[in-house]
Design a binder for this molecule. Structure first.
Ligand code: NAP
Length: 546
């Protein structure tokens, strides 16, 4: 018999904290540190078995930064900056994971992180002003403030192709690449998907596998990463120049080291323009995308001419003209989707063991026990790699059942796309801060610098509430409406927003994600920072505190 007392004990939260942060990635790590510094009782719950978030999960061959390593690391701690050595201008995943573990240990955060904790639901108890969290193993936690640091690309979406479970070889989504080594030598390998992830995998494994067959639906405009090792002397120089780098990043719209050249493309002669574009193509990192003339990404004609320039570079690099044409996007202009950065990606298609299947011509019908059947033939494989992307930005929220006031769920509220105030909170869900969430600046920029901005703002808010003896904060519906209206307005006429990609909320593998969603803040990081500072400076206007 279960007594009334016994029932209560069985359902009582096992642990209660002032703040719980979900996620121990780049965002959760810094958020936890900031709160502990303030003396807040804070804990992180993390689904993985260690910290690192995206860099913990994505262990596929070729996974590496597309932002300069030293522009991706945290800026907030001088000792970390001085002690850590990056080995490459664009570090590979194992190094980034080591870095994040180094930070966790340096700041002594591990004791306040609980791993293997997958949160499945979070319910706000209005009368108690308390969030109750349930894990997939039934454990429960409670907190006054709930902070999500759950990543924008953490809900992996395998393709909706019939028969995936039938395949007898090895198969995995890139996000869940096995932790133990995968034997590739001599294997017949298929990769489905040619986004930033697929492009990295393909380029990395082309010369390591027996046969590689790439199934491409829509090609992307890819450009050379131009990575290089960092010598000890260079690292000394980088260390000395951190303040200069952070200052530079603070001025660019995306908080990258690369910002637009404020000339219009037709302000210079054709020769000068071509020389400039060639230099960008040879330069390291995102300059080729974000360091361009100011109108190339926003106006059709300059974008068309630049796209033609990049198409010629692809033609130069791919031996077979028919294959080259298949690899050149025809449905969108350069840079209107995320540009995958690559190292000898196009050259992979010059190898005899690499084959490109255009699934528009011969659609995939199903996965079989032995491989993949397209409309014209079945090909047999030992390994199938799904590089098919993510239910981006809101997918991680949809995978936790958040229930706010009056029993309303976040999934219901965001059914047609996210609705937020500042990308950091949403009406009807008191004391929930959606760090690095939809409609904020971090999702449309170099992630860490703007994570730092959001984290500092959230820490400031919690400090403010504590200082004033307050325990509750709620978004005012009118503030949220105005924020969403601004976001929607910023989408008008932008080339980026007329292109289907995860930026704009499309994903063929998620039911209903076949129309534009207002996912990201397009106003640029400097304006976003100003707005956050302004809101904080006006006693958190747009929120009701009590
Ligand atoms: P993605 O850009 O969404 O690409 C997914 C790919 O899978 C696309 O080529 C898509 O084709 C294809 N696909 C999906 N379903 C398919 C199906 N049923 N049949 C055939 N093809 C299918 O995803 P991602 O490559 O994982 O990249 C997501 C984001 O992660 C990137 O944009 C980037 O922000 C981030 N990322 C960053 C780094 C880095 O920092 N270095 C590296 C990798 C990824 P369609 O285009 O036709 O939909």
């Amino acid at each position: 018999m279960v007594t009334e007392q016994g029932t209560a004990a069985a359902t009582a939260p096992a642990e209660r904290h002032e703040v719980i942060i979900i996620g121990a990635g780049v965002c959760g790590i810094y958020m936890l540190h900031s709160l502990l510094q303030m003396g807040v009782d804070a804990r992180v719950l993390e689904a993985g078995s260690g910290p690192g978030g995206t860099w913990y999960w994505n262990r596929y061959p070729g996974a590496r930064f597309d932002s300069e390593s030293y522009s991706y690391g945290y800026s907030f701690d001088e000792e970390i900056l001085q002690e850590w050595n990056w080995s490459e201008h664009f570090a590979a995943q194992p190094e980034t994971l080591r870095y994040l573990n180094f930070v966790v240990d340096k700041l002594d955060l591990r004791a306040c992180m609980q791993f293997d904790c997958r949160v499945v639901s979070a319910t706000f108890e209005d009368s108690e002003n308390l969030w109750t969290l349930t894990l997939d193993d039934g454990r429960t936690f409670a907190c006054t403030f709930l902070l999500t640091a759950i990543g924008m690309l953490s809900a992996a979406t395998p393709p909706r192709i019939e028969g995936r479970e039938r395949f007898r070889g090895q198969s995995f989504h890139t996000y869940y690449w096995p932790h133990e080594p995968v034997e590739l030598a001599g294997k017949r390998v298929a990769v489905i998907g040619t986004g930033a992830t697929g492009v990295q995998v393909i380029a990395e494994i082309a010369d390591k596998v027996g046969v590689l067959t790439v199934y491409q639906r829509r090609p992307n405009w890819c450009a050379p990463l131009n990575n290089a090792p960092i010598t000890p002397e260079e690292m000394d120089d980088i260390r000395a120049r951190y303040p200069e780098f952070f200052e530079q990043m603070s001025k660019t719209p995306g908080s990258f080291l690369h910002g637009p050249d404020y000339r219009a493309f037709d302000e210079v002669s054709e020769e000068e323009r071509t020389a400039f574009w060639n230099a960008l193509y040879r330069s390291p990192g995102f300059g080729v995308w974000l360091g361009n003339f100011r109108d190339v990404l926003v106006e059709e004609e300059p974008n068309r001419i630049y796209s033609a320039f990049i198409a010629d570079r692809i033609r130069e690099r791919v031996d077979d003209p028919e294959v080259a044409e298949k690899l050149i996007p025809k449905d969108h202009g350069f840079g209107t989707r995320r540009v995958p950065m690559e190292t000898r990606y196009y050259e992979a298609y010059n190898r005899d063991n690499v084959h490109l299947v255009d699934v528009n011509g011969t659609p995939i019908e199903c996965i079989t026990e032995k491989g993949i059947r397209t409309s014209d033939q079945e090909r047999e494989f030992d390994i199938i790699i799904y590089a098919t992307g993510f239910d981006a930005i809101t997918g991680a929220f949809d995978r936790i059942e958040f229930t706010g006031l009056e029993g309303r769920t976040l999934a219901e509220k965001w059914q047609d796309g996210p609705i937020t105030y500042l990308g950091l909170a949403t009406a009807g869900f008191p004391n929930l801060l959606t760090l690095a969430g939809p409609q904020g600046a971090s999702v449309s920029s170099n992630f860490p610098p703007n994570i730092e901005v959001g984290v500092r703002w959230a820490a400031g808010l919690i400090g403010y509430l504590r200082e004033h003896g307050l325990t509750r904060i709620e978004v005012l519906p009118e503030a949220e409406e105005a924020w969403v209206a601004d976001i929607m307005q910023s989408y008008e006429g932008a080339l980026l927003t007329s292109t289907r990609s995860w930026f704009t909320g499309y994903n063929s593998n998620v039911e209903g994600h076949d129309k534009l969603r207002y996912m990201i803040y397009l106003g640029g990081a400097p304006a976003y920072r100003e707005r956050l500072a302004d809101v904080a400076g006006h006693d958190y206007e747009g929120f009701k505190v009590s």
